[in-house]
Design a protein. Structure first.
Length: 319
């Protein structure tokens, strides 16, 4: 966990021409309105009322003696002054928020409820053992699993404090940290491999074999063949199911092959229920990120959990 000093807060408050002399809550309200493009979005993310956000913006405009947003029939549009102000205060305010979160986490009770979303298979095989370490701290976990679209929806609606995603979200509302790099490997049951893939094995042969995939987009499969053969899988999969655990079951029953993350099939490989079809010298990597709305770091419980998971996953995947 990084070490911060109160001097950082003092320096930020005294040296930045926009932050000095301004109410921190007003600046938070402005920056969240600027990022979300609406007073409604800022109010939702900051857990304030819309009139409160509007009053904060009005107070800032009075202090600056110029408007920050133009009100239109379709909402609000930032003025050039708003663009300049957002660009100027964003890094400093984010550092200040992180510092406050750290100091608060050290000095306050972090008990309470934490909401976390992610893919079910990653939650089960990788995250659950680490998340259980939070329970003795009286952090109540509310875990939600689903597709990437569902996880993003949870973040956008403010229903998730933290989330696991393969690709981080773009824009100023979110931040992320790389927590894992999964090796993608082609696997099948020993019986299937002996029947369909017995001699002179090559990656090219796999292009003609029956495939079980996560979705019609063939996300993991496409990535594997794009990086190993610089080709795409030409056939339609015999099964698609958006749960890697179910794919694992199909494979163990001897139906086709698939491309899966190594952590997911490690146990089945050790028990010889599955075999690796091709040993790649440099297997493609599927990255996983811990993602969070920046505004959530004001909560000491979220700040603490974020840092705990970053450290825990670093140790887990280093072993």
């Amino acid at each position: 966990m990084p070490s911060f000093s109160k001097n950082i807060i003092i320096d930020l408050l005294l040296t930045h021409k926009y932050i000095y002399g301004m109410n921190l809550e007003y600046l938070r309200s402005f920056l969240e309105t600027y990022r979300t493009g609406s007073v409604t979005g800022a109010a939702r993310n900051l857990h304030l009322t819309q009139p409160a956000i509007s009053n904060h913006l009005k107070a800032l405009e009075q202090q600056l003696r110029k408007p920050l947003f133009q009100r239109t029939g379709r909402g609000i549009t930032p003025t050039p002054l708003a663009d300049e102000l957002a660009h100027a205060i964003s890094p400093s305010l984010e550092t200040l928020e992180t510092t406050i979160g750290f100091l608060t986490a050290k000095s306050q009770n972090i008990e309470g409820t934490l909401y976390l979303a992610g893919p079910g298979e990653f939650m089960q095989f990788a995250a659950a053992p680490l998340l259980s370490g939070l329970l003795p701290l009286n952090i109540r976990l509310r875990l939600r699993t689903g597709s990437r679209e569902y996880i993003i929806q949870q973040l956008e609606q403010g229903d998730a404090d933290l989330a696991f995603l393969s690709d981080p979200l773009e824009g100023d509302l979110y931040d992320h940290h790389l927590i894992a790099q999964e090796k993608l490997i082609p696997i099948a049951s020993p019986e299937w491999a002996a029947k369909h893939f017995c001699t002179d094995r090559s990656l090219e042969q796999l292009l003609e074999k029956p495939l079980i995939a996560y979705d019609e987009d063939l996300s993991l499969v496409r990535k594997f063949f794009a990086e190993t053969l610089h080709q795409t899988y030409p056939k339609s999969p015999i099964v698609t199911v958006p749960d890697l655990r179910i794919i694992l079951e199909f494979l163990q029953q001897g139906h086709g092959y698939s491309v899966l993350p190594d952590y997911l099939c490690r146990s089945a490989l050790q028990q010889k229920k599955l075999v690796t079809l091709i040993d790649c010298a440099h297997p493609p990597l599927n990255k996983l990120h811990l993602v969070w709305p920046k505004v959530k770091l004001r909560d000491p419980r979220v700040f603490f959990t974020k840092n705990y998971l970053e450290r825990a996953f670093t140790q887990l995947f280093a072993t």
